[in-house]
Design a protein around this ligand. Structure first.
Ligand SMILES: C[S@@+](CC[C@H](N)C(=O)[O-])C[C@H]1O[C@@H](n2cnc3c(N)ncnc32)[C@H](O)[C@@H]1O
Length: 217
């Protein structure tokens, strides 16, 4: 069964794009889903490791999907206007994009599902003149995921919007509230173990909890 996370990534991708370039495709599940939704859109999956690349190649070989054993966006060209970076951390995402900033001229949509530093990811792409066009939060197997779609253009955001996500913050749906409710329970646990109530750590946790309480109330 295809993960709900992958289905949501597929849902957020605009199928009017020229082509979709999936970086770190692994087994190619996202590309297979996209091909099922749209028979003609150009699709390419890249993997920089031989093992996952073999799985990718085998799984998509009959579906008119290009594959390449290459790094990040080294192979990206103007046939693709959407890039996907899913199931990776912030550092890797920044490294992949920063190596070829010039290639962003081809790109209208960037979809990310970062497993770390989501706020820094928002900041990174906003500084590259992309705005947040859509956001999805979901919980699967006990893990919260935030999927963000950026489109080309400029918008200004507050620090709070960068932290929580402007669209997620506006919607404040049940999964969003649950995420920060759980985080606050975790903060209580951590604070109870900190002896020094004047330490920077303790003070920053109080502030984080106050902000979370404010957005989920
Ligand atoms: C955890 S998997 C995520 C797979 C899939 N995108 C998903 O969301 O389920 C990350 C994949 O990205 C690949 N990867 C990491 N860095 C990469 C890079 N610079 N270029 C291409 N692939 C990369 C890894 O080999 C791995 O298969």
């Amino acid at each position: 069964m295809i993960a709900k996370r992958i289905e949501e990534i597929a849902n957020i991708i605009d199928l009017n794009n020229k082509g979709v370039f999936d970086i770190g495709s692994d087994h190619g599940y996202l590309l297979i889903l996209l091909r099922n939704k749209n028979t003609s859109i150009k699709l390419k999956g890249v993997e920089n490791k031989v093992g996952p690349f073999k799985h990718l190649k085998d799984n998509v070989s009959s579906l008119n999907i290009d594959v390449s054993l290459s790094d990040g966006i080294d192979d990206l060209n103007d046939e693709y206007s959407c890039i996907v970076l899913a199931g990776m951390g912030y550092k890797n995402i920044v490294e992949i994009i920063s190596r070829h900033l010039d290639k962003l001229k081809y790109i209208d949509q960037i979809v990310i599902d970062s497993h770390t530093n989501i706020d820094l990811c928002r900041e990174f792409f906003i500084n590259l003149n992309f705005y947040i066009d859509d956001e999805i939060i979901l919980k699967e197997n006990g893990i919260y995921y935030e999927i963000i779609s950026f489109k080309k253009g400029n918008k200004k955001y507050s620090e709070k919007e960068i932290h929580y996500g402007p669209i997620l913050l506006k919607e404040k749906n049940i999964v969003f509230k649950e995420k920060y409710f759980e985080r606050n329970k975790k903060i209580d646990e951590i604070m109870s173990k900190i002896g020094d109530k004047n330490s920077n750590k303790y003070i920053s946790l109080i502030e984080e909890k106050r902000m979370n309480d404010e957005v989920i109330s």
